[in-house]
Design a protein around this ligand. Structure first.
Ligand code: PBG
Length: 326
């Protein structure tokens, strides 16, 4: 049957019927808020390219998390800015490292927030690459040893989940093996499975102070042109023991999110990255867009594509907006 019997506008007549036939919803419990923790006391350094985001010392981080928890955010993703860096990023595995200390304090004061820690070397190495350098290249097999060590040390500190973002080969298998050996069988791995070498990470690299000092990340992060390869990466991570598959960035990669959801039975996370966030903020500041509506539409599109979990710097403002609407 078609027009005039069929009229699609019948179900758009008012908000009641539109809500009744609504297919996708954003739930605060789907959102993960990324946070940056640094050493020192009472520090709240604004990140200029990411309005509303800060490098926070542990004391301020705790207050921020209490506030987030209060407005309904249930999960955070932690990134550390250490006091010093070295060639092989060994401080990432230090039990008194910044992220390890932060996790212990978070667990003591806000025990019910789900704490995810990013696992990677780039915030800890002096050269800013995601692994150990040998002959000017990131050495895969030594790097994954280090990542497994970092994961165990993060699990010991009390993290609920680890999220390796380095894109080395075989790291999920290695991390799973070492976590299990250390009796952290119940700590899940959310793998940045299809992480693209993206220019949308620009603002994050200022925030986490981790820009590569030479070259780029194209020898380990994926070529933005490839979706079949993304599926191979995802399948390998599933085989290696990943519990959640992440696609990153989100907006320019909605097709990848969709395919992964269609072709696997895995929970899928999408990372709405810094550059995606900053573009919205910049246009919002200029009043070129209705910022909150755009944020809602973006998060909805990521959900609609198939993401179960959305990691987004908009999490706090979205939760606040949703609270004000109820
Ligand atoms: C570390 C890491 C990066 C991001 C998350 N983990 C930066 C990078 O790979 O260069 C980017 C997050 C964002 O842009 O919001 N490897």
């Amino acid at each position: 049957m078609s027009f005039p019997q069929t009229r699609m506008r019948r179900l758009r007549k008012n908000s009641i019927i539109r809500n009744l036939v609504n297919e996708t919803k954003i739930d605060i419990s789907d959102l993960v808020m990324p946070l940056f923790v640094c050493t020192g006391k009472n520090i709240k350094n604004p990140i200029p390219s990411m309005p509303g985001n800060y490098q926070l010392s542990i004391d301020n981080l705790i207050s921020e998390i209490q506030e987030l928890h209060h407005i309904g955010i249930q999960a955070i993703l932690l990134f550390g800015i250490p006091e010093y860096k070295d060639e092989d990023g060994s401080v990432a595995c230090d039990e008194n490292g910044i992220v390890q200390r932060a996790i212990k304090e978070i667990k003591a004061s806000v025990p019910n927030i789900w704490v995810i820690a990013d696992i990677c070397n780039c915030e800890y190495t002096s050269h800013g690459h995601c692994g150990i350098i040998e002959n000017n290249e990131v050495e895969n097999d030594k790097t994954i040893e280090q990542l497994a060590k970092q994961s165990v040390s993060i699990a010991k500190a009390g993290a609920d989940m680890v999220a390796p973002s380095d894109m080395m080969d075989g790291r999920i298998q290695k991390i799973r093996k070492e976590l299990d050996a250390a009796e952290f069988q119940n700590v899940p791995i959310m793998s940045y499975s299809a992480k693209f070498a993206s220019s949308f990470y620009g603002p994050f690299r200022d925030a986490a102070e981790c820009s590569p000092q030479f070259g780029d990340r194209k020898t380990y992060q994926m070529n933005p042109a490839n979706s079949r390869e993304a599926l191979r990466e995802v399948m390998l991570d599933i085989e290696e023991g990943a519990d959640i598959i992440m696609i990153k960035p989100a907006l320019s990669y909605l097709d990848i999110i969709y395919k992964v959801k269609e072709q696997t039975n895995m929970p899928v996370a999408a990372y709405n990255v810094s550059g995606e966030f900053s573009m919205v903020k910049a246009a919002g500041e200029k009043e070129w867009i209705n910022e909150m509506n755009v944020i809602h539409e973006i998060l909805l599109s990521i959900k609609r594509a198939g993401a179960d979990i959305i990691i987004t710097y908009h999490a706090k403002e979205m939760a606040q907006a949703m609270q004000n609407n109820t």
